[in-house]
Design a protein around this ligand. Sequence first.
Ligand code: SF4
Length: 352
Amino acid sequence: MRLASPMMLRLGIESLRNAPFPRRGGQVEPAVVIWVLGNRCIFRCRHCRSWHDSHPGEPAAIMHIAREIARSRCRMVVLSGGEPLLVPNLYQVIALLKSAGKFVSLNTNGYLLEQHARTLLKLGVNAVTVSLDSVEPAVHDAIRVHQGAFDGALRGLRRLHSARRGSRPRLVVRGVIMKDNLDSLHGYVDAFKHVADDIGLQPIHDHEKTSAHQVTEPATLLDPSDEARVRQLVGSLTRQYPELDNGFYRNIPRFLFHPEQMERLALEHCFPILLMALSVNADGSCWSCTREIGNLLSQGVPDVWSSESRRGFLNDLLERGTCRHPCWLHSSVLSSPWPGRLLLKALRSGGR
Ligand code: SF4
C-alpha cells in the first residue's frame, strides 16, 4: 500500500527532468491534470461543500475542456467531483482521453459504481478511487447523510474487483479522518484489503480558498481536545501497518493541531505537485494551488501552463519560502519532504 503510486512517482521524476518553467522557444506542460468535472453529488456529506453547487455542467463545455486536455502532452488525468458518475457525457470524456493515450483515474463515492462497472472496464479506466470514511456502515452513512451509502460503495468495489482482468483498474480506498469517525477507523486497512490495492487516510481540513476543502458542518472538524485520540489512532495504524509508518502519517497530528509547524514543510511538499499537476474546475478555470491561472474554455493547456500568472505565483512562493496556509491537498502527495526540498534547492541555485 502506498500513497504515491508507481505511476505518480514516474510522472514526478519525468516532470523534474523537465525545466520547471518554460524556456524561450520551448514549452513545458503538466504531467497530470486534476479535473473537477462537476460538483453535483447524490450525497450531502457533512465534511464537504462541493454538493452546494448543483449545476449539472454544460456537455458542450465539458467536451471542449476534454479536447484541450486530450491534445495536451499530460500523461495522467484524474476525473473528480462532486460525483463524476453523475456527469452525463462522462463515457465520451473517458473514451476521448483514452484514445489520446492518457492514464485515466476516477474519484467516486462509489454509490453508483456497480451500475457503471462494466462500461468503465470496457473503456479501460486505469484507476478508481472510492471514498469510505469508516469501517462501520452506520458511521459512514451518517457522514454521507444517506442510509445504504456504505453498502452501495462496497458493492461497486466488489463488482470491479471481481470483473477486472489483472490489476486494471487499480482500486484505491481513501478516507478522511474527522470528529465523526475518530473511533471507527482502527483496522481500516484490513477492512478493505479484500477489494482494494491501495488503502489510506487523510486528515480533514477547512481551507477558505479551496472549495474542495471547505466543510458544511463545522462540528466535523477536529479541535485540540481530539489531539490525544488522533495521536492514538495514528500510532495504532502505523504500528499495525508498517507500510503506513512514514512522514505523511506521522505528520497528521502536527498538521491538524500545530499547523504553524507545517509552514515550511508544506511548501517543500507542494513544489513537486505544483510543477507536475494542473487543477481544472468544472467551469474550465485552471488553478495552481489557490491562484487562478487561466481557463481551458479560451486557452490551451500549454498557454495556461506558461502563463505569467502561474510563473508569478511560483516565483512568489519560491521567494517567500513558506506557505502560511498549508493545504493537505498538495502536501499529501509525497510521504517525504525530500523531493521538494531538493527541488527548491535546485531552483534557488539558478535552475530558473
Ligand atoms: S464528499 Fe464526496 S460523496 Fe460526499 S458530498 Fe462531497 S463529493 Fe459527494
